[in-house]
Design a protein around this ligand. Structure first.
Ligand SMILES: Cc1cc2nc3c(=O)[nH]c(=O)nc-3n(C[C@H](O)[C@H](O)[C@H](O)COP(=O)(O)OP(=O)(O)OC[C@H]3O[C@@H](n4cnc5c(N)ncnc54)[C@H](O)[C@@H]3O)c2cc1C
Length: 371
């Protein structure tokens, strides 16, 4: 089949890999001019490890595994440690692999078969499904006809918007916004993997390999802004942290505002009753974003891509049957990922001073009990 995939993130590239390897002719359109390699580490957990293995990538993924001696220390306004989270308590199993999001994107892109190609700087503008195929019109001015279209274009999916309706019908806002920014230079080890909280806000500095990353989060109700307008995102960030002088917050906010590749988004979930309509199907954050805080977005993207490719093969030329089977296999993983996030939010961004103190007490007690 001739298949169009929108988005060259983890879901889109994994789909291109699985579908291309089964002989389909796959075109991936990515609206950015190049692969987007930003982001903190992502986890590959549980059955997503098997999905990566089936793609022949698990060995290379393991080679890039990050080994962090501890996830983070929570510090007070003077930088003195108040609690820490041992890494063993954050994952599902010791087999889980944590690697930089950009490394995973790069690995998937490098492993694409000849039957799959990525076209950058382009995106879908219109889709018309007549039952036998889908006509797509692109921002670049071109158009083409496909047997299937896969929307793998993230939480703010354009394909979802065109085929299933506005984001507001599916987005569940979790009350937190997050910004990630690269800090120049490699910070010394005693200055990284630190997190500071004031009520409703967190500021952290992490080192991943040779990269130092600032992470800023704040609680807020839904904000109305254009998620493609970086300057608007910077204004929101600056306003949210205005007047906060505690710990290194001013310096980290300043660094974030200076980063031309700042990543800013809400911790939001996409919850949909179904992920396919006609010859169009959604994979990854586009259909079932679990939110940053879940640590399961990459795993869902990998299992989703695997199930879709396998079921299309099994169901021959019947996309509806294949999409249904893909849905049945993927739904339990999505449910598990989406149901757990509030605990992470409350631990990382406690709402009040009392909540911060209670979190620190609980972590210290757990650490003492584990000794
Ligand atoms: C730059 C970036 C940084 C991230 N950092 C983190 C992180 O630190 N921690 C974390 O847990 N998760 C992060 N995520 C989200 C995480 O990658 C996903 O939750 C998960 O990997 C599922 O991936 P996905 O491919 O479904 O979505 P995404 O990774 O969001 O990929 C979607 C892709 O589609 C592209 N796209 C968007 N709109 C269009 C369009 N209209 N046309 C064509 N292409 C389009 C995007 O540029 C992107 O390449 C990040 C995502 C991005 C894009």
């Amino acid at each position: 089949m001739k298949i169009l995939v929108s988005g060259a993130g983890i879901a889109g590239l994994a789909c291109a890999h699985g579908l291309g390897a089964r002989g389909h002719a796959v075109t991936v359109v990515e609206h950015a001019p190049r692969l987007r390699l930003a982001g903190t580490p992502v986890d590959i957990r549980g059955d997503a490890l098997a999905a990566a293995d089936r793609m022949g990538l698990l060995g290379r993924i393991r080679e890039r595994r990050l080994r962090m001696s501890e996830l983070s220390r929570f510090v007070d306004a003077d930088g003195a440690p108040v609690a820490r989270v041992p890494v063993a308590r954050t994952g599902d199993s010791p087999d889980d692999v944590e690697l930089l999001r950009g490394d995973l994107v790069r690995l998937l892109a490098d492993a694409l078969p000849d039957t799959a190609a990525v076209r950058f700087d382009d995106s879908v503008e219109a889709l018309a499904d007549d039952g036998d195929g889908v006509d797509a019109r692109f921002r670049s001015g071109g158009s083409d006809r496909y047997d299937l279209v896969v929307g793998a274009d993230g939480q703010h999916s354009q394909v979802r918007g065109l085929v299933f309706g506005p984001e507001s019908g599916y987005l569940r806002h979790l009350g937190v916004y997050i910004a990630l920014a690269d800090l120049p230079g490699a910070a010394p080890s005693d200055e990284v993997n630190l997190v500071h909280n004031v009520p409703g806000m967190m500021a952290g500095v992490f080192r991943y390999g040779d990269r130092t990353v600032a992470v800023l989060q704040f609680r807020s109700g839904p904000l109305d802004y254009d998620h493609r307008d970086l300057e608007a995102q910077k204004r929101i960030l600056a306003e949210a942290f205005a007047g906060q002088r505690s710990w290194r917050i001013p310096e980290l906010v300043e660094a974030a505002l200076a980063d031309p590749a700042l990543f800013f988004d809400s911790a939001g979930q996409i919850r949909m009753p179904g992920w396919h309509r006609g010859r169009v199907v959604l994979v990854g954050d586009a259909g079932y974003a679990p939110a940053f805080l879940s640590g399961r977005g990459a795993s869902l993207a990998l299992t989703g891509a695997q199930f879709l490719a396998e079921e299309l093969e099994r169901c021959g030329g019947d996309p509806t049957a294949a999409f249904e089977r893909y849905t049945d296999r993927q739904r339990p993983y999505v449910k598990r990922a989406q149901d757990r996030v509030h605990a992470s939010r409350d631990r990382l961004v406690p709402a009040t001073w009392a909540d911060i103190a209670a979190r620190n007490d609980a972590l210290r007690a757990a650490e003492t009990a584990a000794r």
